[in-house]
Design a protein around this ligand. Structure first.
Ligand code: HSE
Length: 368
């Protein structure tokens, strides 16, 4: 049995990963060793093969692993990965953080989309396998059929990204803001609360008067949105927007022949489900039934939602998708820009297909 070390398994992505692995009996196939940066020597979780938590900064103990799976974050990767490499560690490093993603000797894993890229890398002796940016992975799961058939000339993606993309504290900050706004409304004098303009004024004042905790997002998110995610890169883009073109083409192994992708990434007040609206310029005028067939047959999780109000409201919202592996794609229609312009919308759980699941499946590829 392969010895697999887990680091960062208690955080949000790590917990989702542990739940999925437990649910699917993955721990039965490996010898699992749990590492910690803060609770070394304490009891390991009951699904661990070893009794106590080992030190996540002890390089000698990490060197004994055949595979290390980390959801600990980029700083840990930056500190530990080079130390293992300098000692000629020959194991596989599977990482949810972005640190190694764009290295030439790493592969971004999303096996329903790029299994052939992964297999080629394994044959070539590549050892570092990294989960992709959540928005990118969710887009590729949704539009995998169009990418695979090489039908996309370019696309834009306008995102509606959930609080969880920032982390657990961000989710709590959103809820606290919602509570303050809601409480201010419910505590309004009854005569004033009948007047919606007065209610609106109260809400706007609450968003502006500095009373909300905005330490994570830097602006209120409840009753608001923030069209900026991550740091600035070149030409006015954010890093999140840049990842769209950089990671998508790397996942597809198309560094020489890139598909242009750009858009605006926006944080909105949902919990853990990212949504995206696409404008897709197709290479040719493809009939809608062929498009639907290409999209829906690509993988086991994508499903096309009929372009009706009822189906959209019941199947194409964060409320419908959150906590599931479903990748609905809807609002499919040719745009009035021309027959080669396709409109599409998708939602996906940012912690499942957006983070934990590609990592879990990569471990499965190495172990099975
Ligand atoms: N960067 C993403 C976000 C999450 O902020 O929503 C991680 O891929």
């Amino acid at each position: 049995m392969k010895k697999v070390g887990f680091v960062g398994w208690r955080g949000m992505v790590g917990s989702v990963l542990m739940d999925r692995m437990n649910e699917l009996g993955d721990f039965k196939k490996i010898e699992s060793i749990f590492f910690s940066t803060s609770q070394v020597g304490e009891k390991a979780p009951n699904y661990s093969s070893s009794e106590l938590l080992k030190d996540a900064l002890n390089i000698d103990e990490l060197l004994e692993m055949d595979i290390i799976v980390t959801c600990q974050g980029g700083d840990y990767t930056k500190e530990v990965h080079p130390k293992l490499k300098s000692k000629n560690w020959n194991g596989y490093w599977i990482d949810a953080a972005s640190t190694l993603r764009m290295n030439s000797d790493s592969v971004i894993v999303l096996d329903p989309v790029n299994r052939s890229v992964i297999d080629r890398a394994l044959n070539d002796g590549i050892k570092d396998f990294v989960g992709g940016n959540c928005t990118v992975s969710l887009m590729m799961m949704a539009l995998g059929g169009l990418f695979e058939s090489d039908e996309i000339e370019w696309l834009t993606s306008m995102t509606y990204q959930a609080a969880s993309g920032g982390g657990a504290r961000h989710m709590k900050e959103l809820l606290t803001q919602m509570k303050v706004v809601g409480t201010n409304f419910t505590q309004m004098d009854e005569s004033l609360s009948k007047d919606i303009m007065k209610v609106d004024q109260l809400v706007t004042n609450t968003l502006r008067d500095g009373s909300l905790d905005i330490s994570c997002f830097g602006a209120p998110l409840a009753g608001n949105l923030i069209p900026w995610i991550d740091s600035a890169v070149e030409a006015g883009q954010t890093r999140e927007e840049w990842k769209g073109v950089a990671e998508t083409n790397k996942i597809l192994g198309r560094s020489e022949n890139i598909i242009p992708i750009d858009g605006t990434c926006v944080r909105i007040g949902t919990m853990r489900c990212h949504s995206q609206a696409f404008t897709i310029k197709l290479k040719r005028n493809i009939p809608m039934d062929e498009i639907t067939q290409m999209i829906s047959s690509h993988n086991d999780w994508v499903k096309v939602i009929g372009n009706t109000p009822e189906e959209t409201r019941s199947g194409l919202t964060p409320a419908a998708v959150s906590g599931t592996l479903d990748i609905p794609v809807g609002r499919l229609r040719k745009m009035n820009l021309g027959e080669q312009y396709l409109n599409a919308f998708t939602c996906g759980d940012q912690l499942l297909w957006g983070a934990a699941e590609p990592v879990r499946r990569m471990l499965g590829i190495l172990v099975d």
